[in-house]
Design a protein around this ligand. Structure first.
Ligand SMILES: *Cc1c(COP(=O)(O)O)cnc(C)c1O
Length: 405
C-alpha cells in the first residue's frame, strides 16, 4: 500500500470527511426503538431543507439508480411516454431504465457538450397535442460531461407550452454543491444520492415529491413495492421506516446536514464555484480543452477534460494512479478514453485542489501528454485573490467568464 492519503478525485463517490466517518462509527441501533424517531425525523427534515422543499422527502437504502426507478415506478403507468433530454451518459442510462420499466422514452439527443436545451423540450411538448408525454426528465448536473442544465428554464418552457407533464430532475451529483430549489423551480420529483455533494459513503438515495406527483402516484399503475412512496408515508410521519433503513448511514447523513448548516449552503456553493473556476484556469493554461463547450453551463462539481488528438485518457489516468495514488474519473461510453474527469466536490479545500491539480500536471508530464506546464500556477493565481475577497467579506468576483480569459 502507498503511504499517505489516496486522492479520490472522481466526481463521486467523493471524499468522506473524518467527522462523518466518526459519526457512523457507532453500535447499530434498534430502528424500531424509542430513540430512533429523532434520528429518522432529523434526516427527513434536514433533507427537505437541502432540496429546498416543504413537501415530502423519502429516503431509500439504495444507490441513486434506485431513486431513479422509484420516481418513475411511483408516478407512471405501463406504456406512458416520458420525454428525456440526453445530456450525456447518465441521462442515457435513465432513459434505458425507463424503457426496461415498460415506458416509452422519447429522447432528445444533445451533443454531450452542454446542458439541456429548454427550447427543444418546449418544442417537443408543443408538438404533443394528444398529451401522451407524462413526464419530462432532466439531469441537473451531467456527471459524465460536467454540464449543468437550467432547471428553471425547463420549467418555464413547460409552462409556456401549457403542458401538464410532471418534471423530474436528477440532482444526484449536484445536490448540496450547486444551488437547487425543488419548490421554487416547480420540480415534481427530485432524485438524489448520498455519495457526491452530501459527502457520505454510497448507499442512500432520495426522492423529493410535489403534491402533483403524489396525486399522480394515486393512479399510476406500474408495479412497485420496495419503492412505494405510500408504504413510507405512515412510518415516516413519526421518523420511522417501513423496512430496515441504513441506520449508520443516517447517523452520517445527520452529521452531513449539521456540517452543511454550519458552513451555510451559500458558502458551500461559492466554494464549489471557486474550485471549479480555478480548475478551468489550470486546464486553459495546460492548453487542453474543457468538454463542456458552453461556459455558462460548466459544472461547479467536476471538469471533464479532452485529451489531445490520438492520446489515451485511460493511459494517462493509469499513470497518475500508479505514480501519485490519485483516482481521476474516466470517460464514459461515447467519450471513453477521450476525456478524463477531475472531481472538485464535497469535502474539499484549496490545498486539496492544489494537490489534485499538481497530480494531474505531473501525470500529464509522466504520461507524455502534449500540454504546456503552468496549470497549477494559474489555479493558485486564481485562488489567492478569491480567498482574500472572501476574508474581507466582499462578494466573490471571479466568474466562469473571467476564468476563461
Ligand atoms: C452518480 C450518478 C448517478 C448514478 O447513481 P448511483 O448511485 O451510481 O446509482 C446517476 N445520475 C447522476 C447524474 C450521477 O452523477
Amino acid at each position: 500500500m502507498p503511504s499517505g492519503r489516496h486522492f479520490l478525485q472522481i466526481p463521486g463517490p467523493s471524499n468522506v470527511p473524518d467527522r462523518i466517518l466518526r459519526a457512523m462509527d457507532r453500535a447499530v441501533t434498534d430502528h424500531r426503538g424509542p430513540n430512533f424517531a429523532e434520528i429518522g425525523g432529523k434526516a427527513l427534515e434536514g433533507m427537505r431543507e437541502i432540496f429546498g422543499t416543504r413537501e415530502r422527502v423519502v429516503i431509500y437504502p439504495a444507490s441513486g439508480t434506485g431513486a431513479w426507478e422509484a420516481a418513475l415506478a411511483n408516478t407512471m403507468s405501463p406504456g406512458d411516454r416520458v420525454l428525456m433530454y440526453e445530456t450525456g451518459h447518465f441521462a442515457a442510462l435513465w432513459a434505458r431504465l425507463a424503457g426496461k420499466l415498460g415506458l416509452d422514452a422519447q429522447v432528445i439527443k444533445g451533443d454531450w457538450r452542454s446542458g439541456a436545451d429548454a427550447a427543444a423540450i418546449g418544442a417537443a411538448l408543443s408538438e404533443d397535442r394528444s398529451g401522451r408525454i407524462k413526464a419530462v426528465c432532466v439531469v441537473h448536473n451531467e456527471t459524465s460531461t460536467g454540464a449543468v442544465s437550467d432547471i428553471a428554464a425547463v420549467r418555464a418552457a413547460m409552462d409556456a407550452a401549457g403542458h401538464p407533464a410532471l418534471l423530474m430532475v436528477d440532482t444526484i451529483s449536484s445536490l448540496a454543491s450547486v444551488p437547487y430549489a425543488h419548490d421554487e423551480w416547480g420540480v415534481d420529483v427530485s432524485i438524489s444520492g448520498s455519495q457526491k455533494g452530501l459527502m457520505l459513503p454510497p448507499g442512500l438515495s432520495f426522492n423529493a415529491i410535489s403534491k402533483k406527483a403524489e396525486a399522480a402516484a394515486g393512479s399510476a399503475a406500474l408495479p412497485r413495492s420496495y419503492w412505494d412512496w405510500e408504504e413510507m408515508k405512515g412510518p415516516n410521519e413519526t421518523g420511522y421506516f417501513p423496512y430496515t433503513p441504513a441506520t449508520n448511514l443516517l447517523y452520517a447523513l445527520n452529521e452531513a446536514i449539521d456540517m452543511l448548516r454550519e458552513e451555510g449552503l451559500e458558502a458551500v456553493f461559492a466554494r464549489h464555484r471557486r474550485h471549479a473556476a480555478a480548475t478551468r484556469a489550470a486546464v486553459e493554461a495546460w492548453g487542453l480543452e474543457v468538454l463542456c463547450a458552453v461556459p455558462a453551463d460548466r459544472s461547479p462539481v467536476l471538469t471533464a477534460v479532452m485529451m489531445p488528438q490520438g492520446q489515451s485518457a485511460d493511459d494517462f489516468r493509469a499513470v497518475t494512479l500508479k505514480h501519485y495514488d490519485m483516482s481521476l474519473g474516466n470517460g464514459l461510453s461515447k467519450v471513453a478514453d477521450r476525456v478524463f474527469r477531475i472531481g472538485h466536490l464535497g469535502d474539499f479545500n484549496d490545498l486539496m485542489l492544489c494537490g489534485t491539480l499538481a497530480g494531474v500536471e505531473m501525470g500529464l508530464r509522466d504520461a507524455g501528454v502534449r500540454h504546456r506546464p503552468g496549470g497549477l500556477a494559474a489555479a493558485m493565481d486564481m485562488l489567492a485573490p478569491a480567498r482574500r475577497q472572501a476574508a474581507e467579506g466582499r462578494p466573490e468576483e471571479h466568474t466562469e467568464v473571467q476564468a476563461a480569459q
